[in-house]
Design a protein around this ligand. Sequence first.
Ligand code: SF4
Length: 263
Amino acid sequence: MARLTQADLVDLNHTFEQRTPQELLQWAKQTFGDRVASISAMQMSGTVVCHMIKSSGADIPTLFVDTGVMFQETLDTRDRIINEYGLNVITLRPELTMEEQTEKFGVLYLTSEGQEQCCHARKVEPLRKVAGDYDAFIGSLRRSDGGKRAVCPILSVDVETNTVRINPLAEFDDEHLEAYIKEHNVIVNPLHSQGFTTIGCNRCTTPVLPSEPKRAGRWRHLGPWSVYCGINPSDRDPTHSPAIDLPQELVDRILGRMTDYMI
Ligand code: SF4
C-alpha cells in the first residue's frame, strides 16, 4: 500500500480546475474502473451528477443513504432516477431504525453532540460499511453553496472511508446549474420549489427565506448555520493533513505517473 495525502493532490487539483464535470467523470471511470461510485442525497446538484453519468454512458453506480427519516419527495426522486435514467442506485441504510435509536439513546438530533452522533450513525456509518468496495466516491459539492464548501477542492482524500472524493461540480455556479437543468430537463427534487435550498433528513431540514444563507434550513434548531453531517471530507476539520492508503499502482495512476492519459 502507498500513502496518498491531500498535499499530493495539489497539482492535479490545479490542472482539474480547467476541466468540465463530464471530463472529470471520464477521468474517474478511467482511473478507478469498477471501484468508483457516486454518492447522491437526491438534491438538485446530485441529480445533475446523476444525469451527467447517464449521459456519459459510464457504468458508475450511485449510492443513496436513506437515514430512515428522509422526505417522501426525496425517495420519489431516487425512484425517478432509477426508472427514468436507468442508473444503478444502491440504497444504504443505518443499522438501527430511528425508533430503535431513540429508544436506546433518546432524541439525539436536539443537541450539538447528539447531532454528530446521529449523523455519524445514520449517514457516515452506512457509507463506511461499503467503503471497502470502492477507492473513490463522486460527490456534488459546489463552491457557490458557500460556508465550508466555498473552498472545497475537486479532489480530496477521505480518511473516514479511505477513498478519494471527487467533486466534479465544484466550479459549477448557480447560473451553470440552472442552465444545465433547463437544457437537459433534469429530474429535480420538488422540495426545491417549496423553499428548500438544501435537503437532508425531515427532522433537521426546513425551507429558507430568500434573505437567508442557503444552509440556514439545515439544523436550524441548533443555532448558527455552520453545521455539517460529516459525510463530506472537505466539511470536516481542515487543520490536520489527511492521508489515505491505496495500492501503489493506483496512487501512480491517480497522480499520472503510469499513463500519459491526461484530460
Ligand atoms: S440530519 Fe438530523 S436526523 Fe438526520 S442523521 Fe443528522 S442529526 Fe440525525
